[in-house]
Design a protein around this ligand. Structure first.
Ligand code: NAP
Length: 295
């Protein structure tokens, strides 16, 4: 069997089109576009690229983008002041604080200072708790994107065995909560899991979010499973050039699975699309308008 490639780029483009349509209607009703504020501290090149991509996508969707770039030396108090200002700014519906923050800043304190209604990354403890309790929440963008791809591929996930490899607060744990919410039977595996290959072999759905290139081998995959590869790893190829690869050995798994996301072009594009979606949802909730696209 050769697995179907799940096209995250196409799914993200379709979602972004729906967001853009809804943004235009929001502006027509409220007289202003939904707004996303980004906060970048320091000069980490990868973080700068991510924030630039997010700002560009925000503008392309017709939303207002408020970019705040702060020096590495900024104090925690100054950063908290900025968060307070953005919380109170009526034009701002979503606030994204790009992580990681410098060591002298308490990241948990900054996240906790965000207005949970504007926490479009879904990292505030209130949103984490609401997701865990099965209540309406702003949900982290990457796992939300994975769930979108899974439902588009499989329809109902009820009763399916899912294994999530990785238990980070950003991907693994919220992914597991979302899958439980869809009535899948969920196992969370991590670095202390005893027999990872055997655990993965039971799964109808595998979500790999580890950060170890091609760790999940083809013979770990149950024939016919759906595989979502969240990993983004840069490795050196045989030709000496560097390339991106996932946490799954794609060439092996594609021969066993029913469907699989490639890296790049799978989960990655969905993350930004979901950030736009979350900003739109936050804007509608804050203003009390109904989203005509039902996003
Ligand atoms: P993380 O915080 O480093 O978490 C990695 C998880 O993998 C941990 O729970 C760790 O277990 C587990 N792990 C490590 N080695 C393992 C092993 N040998 N066997 C089983 N589990 C193991 O990483 P993350 O932030 O969740 O990100 C994971 C990957 O996704 C990275 O490659 C990252 O670049 C990528 N990512 C992609 C996107 C996207 O938009 N596509 C977004 C976010 C992240 P312990 O908890 O026991 O240490």
């Amino acid at each position: 069997m050769t697995a179907r490639r799940i096209d995250g780029k196409a799914a993200a483009a379709a979602l972004r089109e729906r967001v853009a349509r809804s943004v235009a209607q929001f502006q027509g009703r409220t007289g202003r576009p939904p707004g996303l504020a980004t906060v970048l501290v320091g000069e980490d090149p990868a973080s700068a690229v991510y924030v630039r991509m997010k700002g560009k996508a925000t503008a392309q969707a017709g939303m207002a983008s408020f970019a705040h770039t702060l020096p590495e030396t900024i104090s925690e108090a100054e950063l908290l002041d900025l968060v307070g200002e953005l919380n109170g700014d009526a034009r701002v519906d979503g606030i994204l604080v790009q992580l990681p923050l410098p060591n002298h800043v308490d990241t948990a304190r900054v996240i906790a200072a965000l207005d949970p209604a504007k926490d479009v990354d879904g990292f505030h403890p209130l949103n984490v708790g609401r997701l865990a309790a099965g209540m309406d929440a702003l949900v982290p963008c990457t796992p939300l994107g994975c769930l979108h791809l899974l439902k588009a591929e499989l329809g109902s996930l009820a009763g399916l065995d899912a294994v999530v490899i990785g238990r980070s607060n950003i991907v693994g744990k919220p992914m597991a909560a979302l899958l439980v919410g869809e009535s899948a039977t969920v196992t969370i595996a991590h670095s202390k899991t005893r027999d990872l290959p055997a655990t993965v072999r039971r799964a109808d759905i595998v979500v790999a979010a580890v950060g170890r290139p091609e760790m999940v081998r083809g013979d770990w995959i149950k024939p016919g499973a759906t595989v979502i590869d969240v990993g983004i790893n840069r490795i050196e190829g045989d030709d000496g050039n560097s390339r991106l690869t996932g946490d799954v050995a794609f060439d092996e798994a594609v021969e066993v699975a029913a469907a699989i996301t490639p890296v790049p072009g799978g989960v990655g594009p969905m993350t930004i699309a979901m950030l736009l979606r979350n900003t739109l949802v936050a804007a509608h909730r804050r203003t009390g308008f109904e989203d005509p696209e039902g996003l």
